[in-house]
Structure formats: structure tokens, C-alpha cells
Design a binder for this molecule. Structure first.
Ligand code: GDP
Ligand code: MG
Length: 202
């Protein structure tokens, strides 16, 4: 699909232009869709053979100066000590939730709470993706927000929230496999990343 490839290269060239060694993390429970999103970005299409990740660990995609790292999180204890080593020098976090798997909303909430409470990520923009909305039984906006404890978010207008000093965080309901609503979500993140770069207008 040309469309997907186009927006992705727009995002990548954006990072490449304004950043040295930009680092974006894809985080979420296993099964949320991190590997699938990496594949979409890497190939510009969905690999129909994609299987859920069965091993905890790190996946990486490097494009120019942009590095994307995907990590499986999990466990009710929230963000464990060992994960914090990944949190150095992070420019943005994309936290993905399976909006169909209601049983694991509490686990996803614990992981998200842990991340939001991490000092090293204190000023990092968070793009939260409620994934798999192509499934009819998926949770809607209100149910998902309640499930993961994300009632108040930044909103989609960077100008309106510029001076609040609050960490940018917003929820988008998406389908990674159907590519629904992915572009607005990345546009949102890009807008906040852009504003954080000193001297970006030079
Ligand atoms: P990860 O553990 O976070 O890396 O999750 P994966 O990317 O391996 O995805 C887990 C499963 O969810 C796989 O079977 C994917 O095909 C499926 N999946 C990912 N995104 C979507 C989506 O948007 N809709 C649906 N229906 N399934 C998806
Ligand atoms: Mg995976």
C-alpha cells in the first residue's frame, strides 16, 4: 500500500532530519501488536504469517539515525527494575494495548503506570495505541480508558496544551493490520517530538 509507505517515510525522514540517534520505544504486553507494527514499518505491509511473540526480549529496527526498540512488558508488578536500562535517552514511547483482551487490561494498566512513573521517562511523549479495533468485540474509547486508567490525556491540538508543562500523552484506537487510524496517531507523536527539538527550525 503506497499510502502506508508514504507516511512512514515521512515520519522517518522527519526523525532523520531533526535528530541524532533518535530512539523510540514500542512497549506493551506480549500479544499487543508491537512486532506487527515493526513489520508494517519495515516492509510497508503486514506479514500475514505474523505469529504472537513467545519469547520476552528486544527487537530492533534501525533506519538512518532512528532506532526503534520493541520490548515485551508484563506482570502485575508493573515496570520491573531490569527494564529501566532501556529507558535512557528515549525520545518517544509508543505503548500498545490489545483492546480485545479485557482480562489483561489490569496488567496493561500496571505496566503503563510503571512507565509513567519512571523518572527517566518523565518528559517523554507517550502515544498509546488501543489496537485491534477491526475486531467487533474490541473495547471502545471509554471502556479502554477506564480499563487502563487513562482518563485524562493531552488532546490532539499541540498549541492548546503547549504551556501546561504536562507530559504529552494521547490514546488512539487503531488497527495495525488494517492500518486504521495509524497515520493520525503518528502525526500526533511527530508534532510533539518536533516541538521538543532545540533549534529545529534552523
Ligand atoms: P507483540 O507480542 O506485541 O509483538 O504482538 P504481535 O505483533 O506478535 O501480535 C500478536 C497477535 O496479534 C498476532 O497474531 C497479530 O497478527 C495480531 N494482531 C496485531 N495487530 C492486530 C490488529 O490490528 N488486528 C488484529 N485482529 N490482530 C492483530
Ligand atoms: Mg513481539
Amino acid at each position: 500500500m503506497e499510502y502506508v509507505t508514504t507516511w512512514f517515510y515521512d515520519v522517518l525522514s522527519f526523525f532523520g532530519l531533526y535528530y541524532k540517534d533518535a530512539k523510540v520505544l514500542f512497549l506493551g504486553l506480549d500479544g499487543a501488536g508491537k512486532t506487527t507494527l515493526l513489520k508494517v514499518l519495515k516492509n510497508g505491509k503486514v506479514d500475514k504469517m505474523a505469529e504472537p511473540t513467545t519469547h520476552a526480549g528486544k527487537e530492533e529496527l534501525v533506519y538512518g539515525s532512528l532506532k526503534i526498540e520493541a520490548h515485551d512488558l508484563g506482570g502485575h508488578a508493573g515496570v520491573r527494575r531490569g527494564w529501566k536500562e532501556f529507558f535512557f535517552d528515549v525520545d518517544g514511547v509508543i505503548f500498545i494495548v490489545d483492546s480485545v483482551d479485557r482480562d489483561r487490561f489490569p496488567e496493561a494498566k500496571a505496566a503503563l503506570d510503571g512507565l509513567l512513573g519512571s523518572e527517566r521517562l518523565a518528559s517523554v511523549p507517550f502515544l498509546v495505541l488501543g489496537n485491534k479495533i477491526d475486531v467487533p468485540s474490541s473495547a471502545g474509547d471509554a471502556e479502554l480508558r477506564a480499563g487502563i486508567g487513562l482518563m485524562e490525556t493531552t488532546g490532539t491540538d499541540p498549541e492548546a496544551t503547549k504551556s501546561t508543562g504536562v507530559r504529552p500523552i494521547e490514546l488512539f484506537l487503531v488497527s495495525i493490520t488494517k492500518k486504521t487510524n495509524i497515520k493520525p496517531a503518528f502525526d500526533w507523536l511527530s508534532a510533539y517530538l518536533k516541538r521538543q527539538v532545540p533549534g529545529a527550525s534552523h
